[in-house]
Design a protein around this ligand. Structure first.
Ligand code: 5GP
Ligand code: MG
Length: 188
């Protein structure tokens, strides 16, 4: 194993079991409809590929990218949408899928822009959500801000507020292909 990789937080088997459950839950939630899954690249590619194979039923896939101007500071997110994207989400039930939810600003930006394109609804799914390590006094404010940002509707796992890699998540482009979720020995 790579010496940079620290504790494994979630094994491949634990992840697979949860993805199976999510597939069943979402198939039920969207029964009788044909949603458009809008995946935020690149982080959610492993999760998406596993999820849709556990989700029987019709759906469409779209891919967008969201880049922070500054990876360390929340709130500044730039989106890149493919040609013709707007016409493929208008009048549709949209499910936005991201790898990890931290401050919520990526998902909030994506949802805000999507709503201008006239979907019938916009819901959100993330594989991992960080339990923020806010001081006790600020916790209610943080929880309120996350709620106001409107998401996520479904979560795979709540995880500690640490920098994680694997299962799609990278550090400087590496480790996305690890089948498990792990800490880096030296957090960036
Ligand atoms: P948010 O906008 O919710 O603060 O941050 C979400 C984005 O930040 C994710 O889509 C992901 O790209 C990045 N991110 C947040 N936490 C981590 C982490 O622990 N590891 C990695 N590799 N990326 C993270
Ligand atoms: Mg991301």
């Amino acid at each position: 194993m790579d010496p940079q990789i620290g504790d494994v937080l979630l094994t491949a088997d634990e992840i697979a079991a949860r993805v199976r459950q999510l597939g069943r839950t979402l198939a039920r939630a969207y029964r009788g409809r044909e949603p458009v899954l809008v995946a935020i690249m690149n982080g959610c590619v492993l999760f998406l590929a596993d999820l849709v194979r556990r989700w029987p039923g019709p759906l469409d896939l779209e891919f967008i990218s969201a880049a922070s101007y500054d990876g360390t500071r929340p709130g500044r997110v730039r989106l890149a949408l493919p040609a013709g994207f707007a016409s493929r989400v208008a009048g549709r039930a949209v499910l936005v899928i991201d790898d990890i939810y931290d401050t919520g600003s990526t998902l909030a930006t994506v949802c805000r822009q999507l709503r201008t394109l006239g979907p019938t609804e916009v819901r959100t799914l993330v594989m991992f959500r960080k339990r923020r390590r806010a001081p006790a006094a600020r916790r209610p404010a943080l929880a309120r801000r996350r709620r106001a940002r409107g998401g996520p509707d479904w979560v795979g796992f709540d995880i500690p507020d640490r920098f994680v890699v694997g299962y799609g998540l990278d550090y400087r482009g590496r480790y996305r292909n690890l089948p498990y979720l792990a800490l880096l020995r030296q957090a960036p």
